[in-house]
Write a protein that binds this ligand. Structure first.
Ligand SMILES: NC(=O)c1ccc[n+]([C@@H]2O[C@H](COP(=O)([O-])OP(=O)(O)OC[C@H]3O[C@@H](n4cnc5c(N)ncnc54)[C@H](OP(=O)(O)O)[C@@H]3O)[C@@H](O)[C@H]2O)c1
Length: 290
């Protein structure tokens, strides 16, 4: 059995990866005390002692707002910490997957799905940190895989009090009977975390580089969150007219984080289409709906 080291295993993605992949890999989950990712020598020492075959780097300050409020700390963790993990992986020959984000595209114009080779200048600090981490990680370890993840969701809560997400938030809003409003100026991908975890396994075998890594939401032209929500309701057998159009949010600065997955497809990795997948899962959650 190959040894898989997962950083950030107390987090949303790392925790689910550790649980779902436990029957296929020998999992090692260091916490802050075991290995401070911002300490280059500590990371090297830990990697040298454990000698994993594979690495998933899920540790990060993942909250966009927190990065803006704590720029130095978040830079140290999101950029320096990622580079330390990528470098230590390269030194022992472990294949390393690192988490980037669709937020690298925040600020780009247009409604087309974004491609990896685009010249991007992300507006939020979090996006700039992720973009810098991609470049620095690949500079020290060209074999590492930088996954530009969409917003991820799950159908269940793993840890009491865990942060909510699109799907669980939507279930709660449907249950409360509140009006459901979605923006006519926001476009983004959403991916079921279970699909992300399953696709980590083939990703350990792809060439190093940057990959849009999530469900395609927008073929051929970007669908807004309003349009996506209506499609999701239709697939789930719910009344799409329950969705109201929010014309205010993002009106002054329309957002398009949608990603083109063609590069990932070319190495044999596919995700289901966003609206279809959310709709199916919503249908399956029928018992939880009023
Ligand atoms: N969730 C999403 O929808 C999403 C979307 C796009 C990209 N991403 C990216 O995907 C990755 C995983 O996201 P997530 O949602 O699983 O994040 P998360 O739930 O916020 O978990 C982050 C993890 O990082 C750990 N961590 C933070 N600072 C650390 C440090 N200095 N040393 C060691 N560990 C540290 C946390 O441990 P403690 O709790 O002990 O501090 C936690 O286990 C991140 O890189 C994130 O930016 C996530």
């Amino acid at each position: 059995m190959k040894k898989l080291l997962i950083t950030g295993a107390s987090g949303f993605l790392g925790g689910r990866a550790a649980a779902m992949l436990a029957d296929r890999f020998g999992i090692v989950t260091p916490n802050h005390r075991d290995m401070d990712i911002t300490d280059r020598e500590a990371v090297r020492r830990f990697f040298d002692a454990v000698r994993p075959d594979l690495v998933l780097h899920g540790a990060a300050i993942s909250d966009v707002g927190q990065c803006g409020r704590e720029p130095e700390k978040s830079w140290r963790i999101n950029v320096d910490g990622s580079r330390n993990v990528a470098e230590a992986s390269g030194e022992i020959g472990a294949k390393c997957l690192l988490c980037s984000s669709d937020q690298v595209y925040a600020g780009a114009d247009g409604i087309e799905a974004h491609r990896e080779e685009e010249d991007v200048t992300p507006v939020p600090l979090y996006g700039r940190e992720k973009l810098t981490a991609e470049r620095e990680c690949l500079a020290v370890n060209p074999d590492c895989v930088m996954m530009r993840l969409t917003w991820m969701y799950d159908v269940r809560t793993m840890v009491p009090g865990e942060k909510s997400d699109f799907f669980r938030g939507l279930l709660a809003r449907i249950a409360s009977g509140e009006v459901l409003r979605f923006s006519a100026h926001d476009r983004r991908g959403l991916t079921y975390v279970g699909d992300v975890v399953e696709n980590l396994v083939p990703a350990f075998s792809i060439p190093g580089g940057v990959y849009n890594f999530g469900s395609p939401s927008t073929v051929p032209v970007g669908r807004t969150m309003f349009e996506a929500a209506r499609t999701i309701f239709t697939v789930a057998g719910l009344d799409p007219d329950r969705i109201e159009c929010d014309e205010e949010s993002f009106r002054d600065a329309p957002r398009n984080l949608c990603m083109d997955p063609a590069k990932l497809f070319s190495v044999g990795i596919r995700f289901p289409e966003t609206a279809e997948r959310v709709g199916e899962l919503l249908k399956a959650a029928e018992g939880m709906l009023p």
